[in-house]
Design a protein around this ligand. Structure first.
Ligand code: ATP
Ligand code: MG
Length: 584
């Protein structure tokens, strides 16, 4: 692209809603254009990055015998009713009606569509396993679209779906996709970590699900890693333990706790450590039209991980109980507890970090009253336990039991998931197995945020002057800055531009009639891997061109005959080095 005639503009101002470097830089470097909240257009310079990302994804999927198809962006409501997600995904899904009154939605994901295609195409185990993928636009009406294309409402996703006859085959397919995914971000030169993820209500116990997280200071996700054994998990799913002393004796007695509601107030008043009190958290859980109240019990100084609770319950919706709920239940806010509670009204779940044989302070069910000396194993007949707590840095690793967890910030760019028969059952899909018996095939699904990956790459690769693109996904290879007002000289520069392009290099040539400072600033902001400078004054002295590495600042001078070869080998060398960055 010659900038004098091409389409590329940079912007001095940082948009007011841009909080993190990638969002600011994508707007300032003229990669994206904001149409409305969470809706971004990709400008020509930005779209080149997206295409490079997509090509790497395509190549790696094709190599692993996945087949690309293109499903529709609008999908019929009836498929979503069949799977049960029409109501479950309420809010996130943009639903519309066509002129005949038929329900449609703008697909937030495409399990239903692929299952529908599969069931009409395949009926024998002989055609399995098979993996289909697409790269297309998705829409999710995110509650808080932010960070530009990192969390937008319209975005591009690669979604792949695999079908298998049995668990062993699914495990093999999953493993294969794990390697496909690892190769993808390694090729892009991004530092990433693979972590255990929350899988919602799993189709079968032990179903695997992992996320690929690009490591970044401003990443939205918190990831916990054990430096001893390598265990890593999204905080949504991470398991950890505490080292605590408990008091294992005590008689149950009701005590006055005037105006003391919070754990801090109650524990302070009764002079016990906060973890010698139990925190009671009340939630309303809704599945279909059924509502149930949940009483989640935690150590006094622990916090509830709502995602763990929702996955454990497998419910459709979960919300914190309101004052109105407490009124309805006739229990004073701040004094609820599991002892003498009308169990029919509540599903009581104890966090597994609670020592069931220790004595605790709990709510007394009436205003200004608490029990002391409540021992769950003695005083509660029906104990149900689950992992409900949020882990913290320095918690003991739940896997090796030796290391302590450390927090890392990440951006979720990919997610792989064993779905089992969740959709093939609800949508009634069967194939014939070896014995001629009809069975539900089982599925895996695998997503990548392609537009989010572009933002994540910038988040990991930038400095005060702008973006520093890894070679593999840079919009162009080379920024060719020419400084001259002389027509003859510009003509020679144009010939060099032609030679570089002919050799297969992707070049932005800055031939605009603006000052050198302006050109260098724009080049740094855009951040192509190499900058080639040709200034009339310097060239007239020694006939040298100057090449500068955007990442390291290293400079080399050379004659015109050497340019193509030198630039190509420099790019190759950078590409090889960037691939080494990969997994942490
Ligand atoms: P998140 O937890 O970030 O909302 P998710 O679990 O909803 O992600 P999936 O349904 O697994 O995401 O989608 C697959 C991939 O699509 C994600 O790994 C992510 O890279 C990308 N993605 C999801 N939501 C968005 C969004 N709002 N904007 C951009 N990319 C997204
Ligand atoms: Mg989401």
């Amino acid at each position: 692209m010659k900038l004098s005639k091409g389409f590329w503009q940079t912007f001095k101002e940082t948009p007011a809603d841009a909080e993190i470097p990638s969002h600011k830089l994508m707007i300032r470097a003229g990669l994206i254009y904001k149409e409305a909240a969470g809706l971004y257009a990709y400008l020509p310079m930005g779209l080149r990055v997206i295409h490079k990302i997509e090509n790497i994804i395509r190549e790696e999927h094709n190599k692993a015998d996945c087949y690309e198809l293109a499903m529709t962006v609008l999908t019929p409501g009836e498929l979503w009713h069949e799977s049960g997600r029409w109501d479950k995904m309420e809010g996130q899904m943009l639903k519309i009606k066509d002129r005949a009154g038929r329900e449609l939605c703008v697909s937030p994901t495409n399990e239903e569509s692929v299952v529908d295609i599969f069931r009409k195409s395949i009926n024998s185990y002989k055609q399995l396993p098979v993996c289909l993928y697409q790269i297309n636009t998705k829409f999710r009406d995110e509650i808080r679209p932010r960070y530009g294309v990192m969390r937008s409402r319209e975005f591009t996703m690669k979604d792949a779906y695999s079908f298998h006859l049995d668990k062993k085959c699914l495990d093999d397919g999953y493993e294969k996709m794990f390697h496909v995914y690892s190769n993808i971000w390694t090729r892009m030169g991004l530092k990433f970590i693979v972590v255990d993820a929350d899988g919602g209500a799993m189709a079968f116990s032990g179903a695997k699900t992992q996320e690929f997280q690009v490591v970044a200071e401003f990443g939205e996700d918190k990831v916990m890693k054990c430096p001893e054994c390598g265990y890593a998990a999204n905080i949504e799913a991470a398991e950890g333990h505490r080292n605590l002393d408990f008091n294992t004796s005590g008689d149950l007695k009701l005590v006055d706790t005037p105006d003391k509601k919070t754990i801090e107030e109650v524990a302070g008043f009764l002079k016990v450590p906060e973890h010698h009190a139990l925190k009671s958290v009340v939630y309303s859980s809704i599945t279909g039209t059924e509502e149930e109240f949940i009483l989640a019990m935690l150590l006094g100084d622990d916090e509830l991980n709502e995602i763990k609770l929702k996955s454990y319950l497998g419910c459709d919706h979960l919300r914190v109980a309101t004052d109105a709920d407490f009124k309805r239940l006739d229990i004073p806010v701040g004094f609820i507890g599991p002892y003498n509670l009308q169990k029919g009204k509540f599903n009581v779940i104890y966090d597994r970090e609670i020592n069931m044989d220790a004595a605790y302070v709990i709510g007394g069910l009436s205003k200004d009253k608490h029990y002391m000396g409540f021992i769950p194993s003695r005083d509660d007949k029906n104990i149900q336990t689950a992992d409900l707590r949020l882990v913290y840095e320095d918690d003991r690793c739940a896997v090796c039991k030796k290391g302590t967890l450390k927090e890392i910030r990440g951006i979720e760019v990919g997610h792989i998931f064993q779905l089992g028969d969740k959709y093939t059952k609800s949508m009634n899909v069967t194939v014939l197995d070896k014995n001629g018996k009809t069975v539900n095939p089982i599925m895996g699904c695998y997503g990548i945020g392609t537009t989010r990956t572009a933002a994540a790459a910038i988040e990991q690769n930038n400095d005060k002057d702008g973006i520093i693109w890894p070679v593999a996904i840079a919009p162009y290879d080379l920024h060719f800055v020419v400084i001259s007002k002389n027509e003859e000289f510009m003509k020679m520069a144009g010939e060099v531009y032609g030679e570089l392009r002919k050799a297969g290099l992707e070049v932005v040539m800055d031939d605009r009639n603006v000052g050198p400072g302006f050109k260098f600033k724009d080049a740094d902001l855009l951040g192509l891997p190499l900058r080639l400078t040709l200034g009339e004054r310097d060239y007239s002295k020694d006939q040298n061109f100057e090449i500068r590495d955007r990442r390291t600042g290293e400079v080399k001078k050379m004659k015109r005959e050497k340019l193509v070869q030198e630039i190509k080998s420099w790019l190759e060398q950078k590409r090889a080095e960037e691939k080494k960055v990969s997994k942490v």
